[in-house]
Design a protein around this ligand. Structure first.
Ligand code: HEC
Ligand code: HEC
Ligand code: HEC
Ligand code: HEC
Ligand code: HEC
Ligand code: HEC
Length: 460
């Protein structure tokens, strides 16, 4: 018994050390990305390479290398103060950029700033997220997920060896003590006996449960939740072009959002409203827009839909003619016939699968089947902006999932958000609240207070 107690005593601090490892703060590149998006990207270009309202941030640490790291951190917290104090680098920046003033970010911790700088550097050097070429306008993209499991396994391994050595030492000490007391049995525990002792087995079980739990929780949390998810789509459709530059209203295409549970992805017909006129694009020529025409069964040469009994050969011939003609027009008539043929075949290969088929867009957002989410409730009744939940879609070349779509995300918003109570007939039935507001004893009603935290509202 004495031995076992000692063993546990010696192992306990190690267990606490192990548990403590999780909570050591470390600069995180993912947190840096989130912070950059929330605080910096309205002024600093997210490609890190070109100037915007403020200078491109790529390579900034090298530019500040002549000074203490603390100076750069201080700049980010209180740039104006540093300019006032006459710091040479600060004055140089001010000379170049005045009168634009950068905000103060006095609340950022060292780790958070380090995280932002890691992210800046990662995007600049192309080691983080999508390749720089996609990143120039798209941003986001697939995030690499740090896997620190090997690290934890290594720590565990080291701890296990330490524990074994300690156990050996303790056993020897016990044996010596017993010998001194004259109570020694003459039998000293062998390594095998020690390995099979309750203490060691207990520790091994404990470690297994810890690792198993860690893996399970980590994977479970990611199921169906993919913040930042931005799959490649069958057509290079850009929200920046359509909702941003062309200023097309979100609900022109997603007209379900206002009146139904689902926002609905527009059908090919909606695209054809414009792309029967805009037949060729400035970016991809015929390559992308012909996919829409093929899907609609529409002949871009004649501007008419193909007849029902048209043969596959005719469709192929018509599209190849269209692509070839437009390619020659773009390159000049003296372009080599071989080159045209190669282009035509390559484009047709990509388009053929779309003929008379609906476009199969990859779904990005998904809440699990047991959750009830209704767009109309939020957009029409709650008057929540699309951007609150989906981010600045009108700036995204490729849509990416902006919110975590976790239960905590829904519930937090319901706790904090006031419902637009006044002048909204949907809420007429809440007489008590209306009376309190009239009397002045209540100034606001949150979603929580109309039942927005009740399990069955969100769960089937
Ligand atoms: C309101 C616009 C604005 C915002 C927001 C902003 N900055 Fe700036 N930033 C500037 C401007 C403008 C400059 C150039 C110096 C000046 O005029 O103050 C600058 C300069 C810098 C520099 C020095 C660059 C160099 O080449 O040495 C760093 C670093 C920097 N900003 C980091 C950040 C970080 C990190 C954030 C977010 C936490 C941020 N900035 C948010 C406008 C902004
Ligand atoms: C010209 C039509 C059009 C307009 C305008 C438009 N969208 Fe879209 N939207 C699409 C198409 C097509 C898709 C599917 C392809 C994709 O994901 O890029 C889509 C996808 C989305 C998705 C992802 C859906 C998923 O799979 O989870 C969101 C979110 C979205 N749009 C929001 C918006 C918002 C917000 C606006 C307004 C700022 C807007 N859209 C404007 C056509 C449009
Ligand atoms: C309200 C009009 C309108 C609607 C509806 C519309 N578009 Fe567009 N689209 C445009 C305009 C304008 C451009 C810019 C053309 C250019 O840059 O040459 C464009 C450009 C594009 C491009 C880039 C072409 C290129 O080569 O640069 C693609 C791809 C595209 N649209 C796909 C779609 C799809 C898919 C839909 C349906 C979901 C759709 N569009 C609906 C007006 C529209
Ligand atoms: C309160 C948050 C919230 C608001 C506001 C919101 N959405 Fe969504 N959106 C979601 C969630 C959550 C999903 C996933 C729904 C699902 O899986 O059933 C989603 C999914 C989508 C989809 C994929 C198709 C679908 O319906 O599942 C599109 C497109 C979309 N939203 C567009 C919009 C547009 C356009 C607006 C504004 C008119 C908007 N959303 C407003 C949270 C929101
Ligand atoms: C940006 C804030 C916001 C987010 C995020 C949000 N909601 Fe809501 N939600 C609201 C508002 C505002 C209302 C009030 C509209 C109303 O009265 O129905 C509401 C109402 C609801 C209701 C009706 C409640 C009732 O008592 O009638 C349901 C159900 C609901 N939300 C589900 C969800 C689910 C599920 C999610 C997450 C996938 C979610 N919401 C995320 C703001 C939000
Ligand atoms: C405002 C909407 C909302 C309310 C209210 C709500 N949930 Fe959820 N719940 C969700 C969403 C969204 C998910 C899916 C989370 C995900 O996919 O990660 C979820 C997931 C779950 C899960 C599955 C475990 C998980 O995290 O995926 C359980 C269990 C659950 N909820 C129980 C409850 C209970 C019990 C209540 C009442 C106390 C409740 N929920 C109230 C939105 C809600």
């Amino acid at each position: 018994m004495f031995y076992k107690r000692n063993f546990l005593k010696s192992i306990l601090p190690l267990i606490f050390l192990l548990l403590g490892f999780q909570s050591f703060a470390e600069p995180s590149i993912d947190e840096g990305k989130a912070l950059f998006k929330a605080n910096c990207n309205q002024c600093h270009n997210k490609d890190m390479k070109s100037d915007l309202t403020g200078p491109a941030l790529g390579g900034v640490e090298e530019r500040w290398a002549d000074y203490d790291q603390a100076d750069l951190y201080k700049w980010i917290r209180q740039s104006q103060k540093m300019i006032d104090e006459g710091h040479p680098k600060a004055l140089e920046l001010w000379d170049a950029w005045q009168p634009t003033i950068m905000n103060n970010f006095a609340n950022l911790t060292d780790d958070q700033i380090a995280g932002i700088l890691l992210y800046v550097d990662g995007v600049y050097k192309g080691t983080y997220g999508p390749k720089p070429a996609d990143n120039v306008v798209g941003g986001g993209g697939t995030e690499e997920k740090g896997n620190d499991l090997p690290f934890y396994l290594m720590i565990l391994g080291i701890l296990a060896i330490l524990a074994l050595i300690l156990a050996r030492v303790v056993a020897n000490l016990n044996h010596m003590a017993d010998t001194n007391d004259g109570t020694a049995t003459g039998h000293r525990k062998t390594l095998i006996e020690q390995l099979l002792s309750p203490g060691v087995i207990g520790f091994a079980l404990f470690a297994l449960i810890l690792i198993g739990g860690y893996i399970t929780v980590n994977n479970a949390m990611d199921l169906g939740r993919q913040k930042g998810y931005a799959p490649e789509q069958p057509i290079k459709f850009s929200h920046k072009t359509h909702a941003g530059d062309q200023k097309i209203d979100c609900q022109y295409c997603h007209d379900g959002a206002r009146r139904s549970k689902h926002s609905v992805i527009p059908s090919t017909n909606t695209c054809m409203n414009c792309h029967s006129a805009v037949k060729e694009g400035s970016k991809y020529g015929t390559a992308e827009l012909s996919k829409i025409h093929a899907s609609a069964g529409w002949n871009p040469n004649t501007g008419k839909y193909f007849a029902d009994d048209v043969s596959d050969e005719t469709i192929e011939k018509e599209f190849k003619k269209w692509i070839g003609d437009r390619y020659k027009a773009a390159k000049g008539e003296d372009v080599k016939e071989k080159r045209v043929k190669a282009e035509v075949n390559a484009q047709w290969k990509a388009i053929a699968g779309f003929v008379n088929q609906p476009i199969e867009w990859e779904k990005i957002h998904n809440v699990p089947d047991h959750v009830y989410f209704n767009h109309a409730q939020h957009v029409s009744v709650g008057k929540v902006e699309c951007q609150t939940c989906h981010g600045k879609v009108e700036e995204m070349e490729v849509v990416e999932q902006f919110s975590p779509l976790s239960m905590g995300w829904c519930v937090n918003c319901h706790r904090e958000t006031k419902v637009q109570f006044a002048d909204n007939p949907y809420y007429d039935s809440y007489e008590a609240y209306h009376n309190e507001m009239k009397k002045g004893t209540r100034s606001e009603v949150t979603v929580e207070e109309i039942g927005g935290l009740e399990c069955q509202k969100c769960h089937y």
